[in-house]
Design a protein around this ligand. Structure first.
Ligand code: AMP
Ligand code: ZN
Length: 116
């Protein structure tokens, strides 16, 4: 638990969220400012500032995030049309909350990821 981290507080249930999933390793909850009909954040329960800080020792956590993303996509009805899983790192990546999180997006055509 990192003091003053909003995602640590959401994981701990100290801040409200619409929760989609929680297990021993990860928590999934709705993004407060949805960019798509389905916009869920999947986070490790443990605090890491970004995915670049996670390595071999966190392989199980990263695997669980991918697995939960697929399960939620199916559960929420976007699996057949497709979805996106993306994580931002640092200033140029557009990261605003410094607790690793993966955006699960779906429910509309998401367009090209990269502006050319
Ligand atoms: P990023 O720019 O990748 O760091 O994304 C941070 C995301 O966290 C944004 O999409 C915000 O809308 C979302 N966010 C910020 N505060 C909350 C909160 N209290 N509950 C849910 N999502 C949040
Ligand atoms: Zn945190």
């Amino acid at each position: 638990m990192s003091e003053d981290c909003i995602f640590c507080k959401i994981v701990a249930g100290e801040l409200p969220s619409k929760q989609f999933h929680q297990d021993d390793l990860v928590t999934a909850f709705q993004d407060i400012s949805e960019q798509a009909p389905l916009h869920v954040l999947i986070v490790p329960n443990q605090h890491f500032k970004d995915v670049g800080e996670m390595g071999d020792a966190q392989a199980e956590i990263l695997g669980r995030i991918a697995q939960v993303a697929g399960q939620l996509a199916t559960q929420e009805g976007v699996a057949s049309n497709g979805w996106r899983l993306v994580t931002n790192v640092g200033r140029d990546g557009g990261q605003e909350v410094f607790h690793t999180h993966f955006h699960l997006l779906g429910g509309r055509p998401l367009g090209p990821l990269l502006a050319r």
